[in-house]
Design a protein around this ligand. Sequence first.
Ligand code: ATP
Length: 351
Amino acid sequence: MSLLKLNHVAVGFDSQLIVNDVSFSLEPGDIGCLLGPSGCGKTTLLRAIAGFESLRSGSIEISMRLVSSQAQHVPPEQRGVGMVFQDFALFPHLTVAQNISFGIRTQTQAEQSARVRQLLEHVGLEGYGPRYPHQLSGGQQQRIALARALAPRPRLLLLDEPFSSLDAELRESLATDVRALLKREKITALLVTHDQQEAFAMADKAGVMYHGKMLQWGTPYGLYHEPAHHLVADFIGHGVLLRGAITPEQGVATPLGILRGDEVPANAEGEAVDVLVRPDDILIDDSSERRAKIVGKGFRGAHYLYTVALSDGSQILCMAPSHHQYAMGEEVGLRLNLDHLVLFPAGYCDT
Ligand code: ATP
């Protein structure tokens, strides 16, 4: 049974279709994540699930109940959905405890206090109940906003860029903490983010949207290693497409030499393809005869991301530990670490 199910959902404003034929589902307890460039329709889709936008076509079900279609529209407050938004400010005149208990104020005092205490413990802020929001850091405020949304035990939690106002380091640690919290509370959640590291840290399932369409929905691992569309490959992680031609015995002749894999179609000899090459597919190995020249480098902390030029002038990326540095212009050997090939029809990616 899916907790959230979208069937061919379309949402539009005036003559414009903003979300176009989107289908996916989330199992109970799953954390899903919507990724995609700015303006692709992520927030609009989240708002449609929450009940703030009506559908042009398709349907949305929450816990097997039809909540949105052209004929049916269950109001937001009757959907059992909690929300945390980027600018979801806490009530400044209420204490932390009062903020958290806001959505459960019809419960008895004892029930409210127990739930507040439990959630403060879960978000690692025991004892902060009597404080006011202005006495908290940005990260602490976001944890309280999350606790407030979780207090009524929603069936589904929607989070729209909840950490985007925080610095990168805090964002990463919060993403991990929030995942642990959602798992402990057994809450199904859907998160919108620009930040793929955040998506990878949090999501069981993720989707990449582009111009209102869902290009691919699957595990973060699948999006990275088996992108179904060149725009997914482009959006998730670094990578370069190398033009190649199919050779006999499931090979592709590329500027890196002949690459082989089960993914190469049979009986397609001579056909042109583009091969996705990720930085982690390439290792610098000075004993290798496959030579290349360093033409760019970027420090990434534990690693350098190098751009290297191959003998035909094409460029690829590779990552190497930062305790050894290669100089610009230096010649290096490359070893391939590809365990599978990702191929797209040639030229498909130029469109
Ligand atoms: P971002 O990552 O920048 O937040 P997004 O993927 O969440 O972007 P949306 O906020 O869903 O994108 O917006 C998608 C498109 O819909 C944009 O072009 C936006 O201008 C348009 N849009 C959003 N809300 C409305 C509205 N109420 N009326 C008209 N157009 C709208």
